[in-house]
Design a binder for this molecule. Structure first.
Ligand SMILES: Cc1cc2nc3c(=O)[nH]c(=O)nc-3n(C[C@H](O)[C@H](O)[C@H](O)COP(=O)(O)OP(=O)(O)OC[C@H]3O[C@@H](n4cnc5c(N)ncnc54)[C@H](O)[C@@H]3O)c2cc1C
Length: 508
């Protein structure tokens, strides 16, 4: 099968599926293979003490690739009683069929990922089972719907226990037994979970929230959106759309608006030109993915400052996707001085943006492709912990007063750390809260929730939690060892003729 990419067509490069019956049978066989592989090189017996009734060893919030990968990393250490809680429905594994409106991922298809040590769980195996090897060979970047489907398959095959349609609202400090109380809402009402550890895998918003400039928030809510919002693109048919920002999301949303019949899309870019270099491709090597954390604070800070000034480019396809529409325009070197709503002679509302040269731009709807902010004080689930969580600005002088100084100063396994003057209790329980989200970049670079370094991040999270569980339980483990009896020699003396030298069935 030949899959060719035609840049004049704004269509994603998704191979036609093989006949369903073949694909289903292959995926079933692959799932069986993956389960056998997980068992083969998995730990062969449980070791973590069971939590008290109804509680969990670890609660993971968010079932996107990071949350699913984290739960899997824990299962590779044979850490049981892990629950994942997800605000969205089962068919959506994270952002991919929501606000990620591109045709394909940007990440190279051939990287190590959430499959960790199990090759039969890799996207490539799934894609080949579904579409055939030729289709994989011919695919440059994985279509995002396929990535979503792969993640849901991964979730099922790894046996991850997820409560869907359940949104966490708050987390309370640990009780006398050491369990955090997590309160969530679901269609059935309020649910309260108790867990010794929590992994926050909340996605791009997880370090704070979406970022909207003041000029955008000055507009009424029904006339504007952030790219992460659930935008009704059908309602933009015939409308003049203004996009603020020329990054990946700007182009993806512009393309989506144009394909939905927007009268025009005008993109406003502050820079002289849009970014064309992708610094992530440099970062995708083991030194960055697995060992960035081990650099000095100064080295990490220098890297973050330099990298922070390097924006992520859109993909080539998403640029073409917009520019192949005649009613698309991109303005560079332009900044908003003000934004207001004006009523036309026929009583309609229109948005008037005045740029810093005094030129007016008129539209009906604004989509702000202005990214995200890291500021833990915006996270409702961290309210009780905020005062004690160490930030970069608390521990590293050059970070004081710098925006990046708001990033949490994380430990080697993405765990929060307490400020120096925090109470002894806070110093004990804060490292049991894991931040696998955007705020981790200052401490962990590219390791974390995105594919460019996700395997490095997940391995660190798994190792740290397994290490801490071992240390916490060491007195009990040692007592168990001291009381341990495992008799292997039933008889001290010569072999009796007729006795089997070896058991006729395996003992282990
Ligand atoms: C246009 C675009 C292109 C991108 N391309 C790539 C790419 O090629 N490669 C790549 O690696 N990344 C890409 N990204 C970034 C991508 O969004 C992240 O890498 C990825 O989503 C990280 O996975 P995650 O699991 O952390 O977050 P998400 O996929 O966002 O998943 C987080 C989950 O947490 C859930 N959640 C959040 N809050 C709560 C709560 N309080 N209670 C319960 N559940 C909650 C959400 O519902 C969501 O399902 C792209 C992003 C955009 C916008």
């Amino acid at each position: 099968m030949t899959v060719t990419y035609d840049p004049t067509k704004p269509e994603r490069n998704r191979p036609a599926p093989l006949p369903d019956s073949d694909a289903d049978a292959r995926l079933t066989a692959l799932a069986a293979q993956a389960k056998a592989d997980m068992t083969l090189i998995g730990h062969n017996h449980d070791w973590v003490p069971a939590p008290t009734d109804g509680a969990y060893n670890v609660l993971v919030i968010g079932a996107g690739q990071a949350g699913l990968g984290a739960a899997f990393a824990l299962s590779r250490h044979r850490i049981g009683a892990v629950k994942v809680v997800e605000a969205g429905p089962a068919q959506e594994a994270g952002c991919w069929t929501r606000y990620a409106r591109m045709h394909t991922l940007r990440s190279p298809k051939n990287m190590k990922g959430i499959e960790l040590d199990i090759p039969s769980l890799h996207t490539e195996r799934w894609f080949e089972a579904k579409y055939g090897k030729d289709a994989w060979d011919a695919t440059d970047l994985v279509p995002r719907e396929d990535w979503n489907e792969y993640l849901t398959w991964f979730r099922e095959v790894t046996g991850t226990d997820v409560d869907f349609d359940t949104e966490v609202g708050s987390v309370a400090k640990p009780d006398a037994e050491g369990y955090f109380t997590v309160t969530a809402t679901s269609p059935a009402g309020e649910i309260v979970y108790r867990a010794r550890r929590i992994i926050f895998a909340l996605g791009l918003k997880g370090g704070g929230g979406t970022f909207l400039p003041d000029a955008v928030t000055a507009l009424p809510e029904h006339l504007r959106a952030h790219t992460e919002d659930d935008i009704d693109f059908a309602a933009l048919k015939g409308k003049r759309v203004i996009i603020l920002g020329g990054g990946a999301s700007g182009f993806d949303n512009g393309g989506t608006a144009l394909e939905n019949g927007a009268a025009s899309v005008e993109m406003h870019v502050r820079r002289h030109e849009i970014p064309t270099q992708n610094s992530l491709r440099w970062m995708e090597f083991p030194g960055m993915q697995e060992h960035f954390y081990d650099l000095t604070d100064q080295q990490k800070w220098d890297f973050s400052l330099f990298n922070g000034g390097l924006p992520q480019p859109p993909t080539q396809a998403s640029v073409w996707r917009c520019f192949c529409h005649e009613n698309f325009d991109m303005l560079t070197d332009t900044r908003w001085a003000s934004a207001e709503v004006r009523t036309t002679d026929d009583g309609a509302e229109e948005i008037v943006i005045t740029d810093d040269n005094g030129k007016e731009h008129v539209g009906d709807y604004v989509i702000s492709a202005t990214g995200y902010t890291v500021n833990l004080s915006l996270r409702p689930e961290l309210t009780e912990f905020l005062d004690d969580i160490a930030l970069w600005s608390d521990v590293f002088d050059p970070a004081v007063g710098h925006g990046m100084g708001l990033c949490p100063y994380l430990g080697d396994g993405f765990q929060f750390q307490a400020k120096e003057d925090a109470s002894a209790e806070a110093k004990e329980y804060l490292p049991r809260l894991i931040h696998l989200s955007t705020g981790a970049r200052a401490s962990h670079g590219v390791a974390g929730n995105q594919l460019s370094g996700i395997f490095g991040g997940l391995s660190r999270v798994g190792n740290r939690i397994a290490t801490d569980i071992t240390k916490e339980n060491w007195p009990a483990f040692f007592r168990e060892f001291q009381a341990f009896e495992h008799v292997e020699i039933a008889e001290v003396g010569p072999h009796h003729e007729g006795d089997a030298w070896y058991p006729d069935s395996p003992r282990y």
